[in-house]
Write a protein that binds this ligand. Structure first.
Ligand code: SF4
Length: 409
């Protein structure tokens, strides 16, 4: 399906199709009133639906078809107010290169000067020292392996430290602001209030990771970067009205166990936001600070969302009704309505990826897989595919998942 197809319906926030706003019913209480069961499932063939540039200001918020849309703008209404669990944030680098649990240099198998490249020869590792890893995988790391086994090895096995990245750090900052925004009462979640959160959240990040200061050579550079973060936060308000939402979860760490016997492994990740309708229907929301990829490259982002949907399905016994990606860089919203068949397919896929990781570890072979994405790879200079050199891979031992650990968030 063309990713720019006209959606016949949308959740809250005034998603637009070809400039047509499909929006929600406002409510006195500040939460939406329509029932999610009445949602018009936009993508009847379960393909992703892309909606773009949907200004909330001046939009039709009455849940009625916007002029020219011929479609009902329905909502995930009366969202359940629930405790949120804040576990830190993750974000994606430009073009979907994810930043999550990168190496910290704490792995004793890493020798030599930390930092990518490490030594001139690239020989970083004592290959006789086994590296113990949990039997666990996140969507970001699964994506790393699918993109390039060597990238996975350097991040996960060797834990080679990576330099801070301004775009990824901005993503972390924007995620933190959008999380904190929902600490404010409905009605008070304004662009100005959100903008006011940027500096304290940046101060908090900096206190936690002082090395981030190296990203900016001058105060002007920092000011420009903060302005770009403010622009992204401002874009958020053109795509959703947070005053009409009460997320059930924010920055929510989830995990579950899949597989049998010795093949059991953990799926885990952090869901940016979970909305729950009164009838229990779930919407999983993820913020991206980059631009929406071309339709042909949507699969990677959708894999991440389906991964979360699979985990939630296993945790709650309910297939999320909707997966929603909000691209703040381009002002686009991508939605996808999964079904059980989708999620069984994702489980098969992630199980195959896990088996491939185990096999690569056993063979100690993590070949590079060069692509356009190498330009965003921290390890490019030391990569054999680009004239560099890495030491033989260390032995990897995976810690079994304890029996009875069925997994829960
Ligand atoms: S530069 Fe490319 S091929 Fe080399 S490790 Fe990075 S992603 Fe893989």
């Amino acid at each position: 399906m063309d990713g720019t197809v006209a959606a016949s319906g949308a959740l809250d926030g005034g998603a637009a199709v070809d400039g047509v706003v499909l929006a929600a019913e406002p409510a006195d209480s500040g939460v939406d009133t329509a029932d999610v069961s009445a949602m018009d499932v936009a993508a009847s063939d379960a393909d992703a639906v892309r909606v773009a540039e949907s200004p909330v200001a001046g939009s039709d918020l009455n849940g009625s078809p916007a002029a020219g849309s011929g479609a009902a703008g329905l909502d995930i209404a009366e969202l359940e107010v629930a405790a949120s669990i804040s576990t830190g944030s993750i974000d994606a680098l430009p073009d979907g290169v994810a930043l999550e649990e990168p190496g910290t240099g704490s792995n004793p198998a890493v020798i030599g000067e930390p930092g990518y490249g490490g030594t001139e020869s690239g020989a970083l590792f004592d290959v006789d020292m086994p590296v113990r890893l949990p039997s666990a995988i996140s969507p970001s790391r699964a994506g790393d392996f699918m993109q390039c086994p060597l990238l996975f090895r350097l991040r996960v096995v060797d834990k080679v430290p990576e330099p801070p990245n301004a775009a990824a750090t901005r993503g972390t900052l924007v995620h933190a602001v959008l999380d904190r925004l929902f600490d404010l009462p409905a009605g008070g979640r304004t662009p100005d209030e959100a903008a006011a959160l940027l500096q304290p959240e940046w101060d908090r990040l900096l206190a936690k990771t002082p090395g981030l200061a190296e990203l900016f050579a001058t105060p002007e550079d920092l000011a420009e970067w903060l302005a770009s973060a403010k622009s992204l936060v401002g874009m958020y308000f053109t795509l959703e009205d947070p005053n009409r939402l009460e997320p059930a979860e924010r920055e929510w760490f989830v995990r579950t166990v899949v597989g049998d016997g010795d093949d059991r492994f953990v799926l885990h990740g952090v869901v940016d936001r979970l909305d729950v309708a009164p009838n229990g229907l779930l919407r999983v929301v993820d913020y991206k600070t980059g631009k929406a990829p071309p339709a042909a490259y949507e699969a990677k982002n959708l894999f991440q969302m389906k991964f979360y949907a699979l985990v939630l399905w296993k945790l709650r016994g309910v297939v999320p009704k909707r997966l929603q990606l909000i691209f703040l860089g381009s002002g686009e919203v991508l939605t996808y309505d999964p079904d059980e068949r989708d999620l069984r397919g994702v489980e098969r896929k992630i199980t195959a990826v896990w088996a491939a990781i185990r096999a690569a570890a056993q063979r100690r072979e993590w070949p590079p897989s060069p692509s356009r994405l190498c330009d965003w790879c921290s390890f490019k200079d030391g990569c054999p595919a680009h004239g560099g050199e890495v030491a033989p891979a260390p032995i990897v031992e995976f810690t079994p998942v304890p029996s009875g650990n069925a997994g829960a968030s």
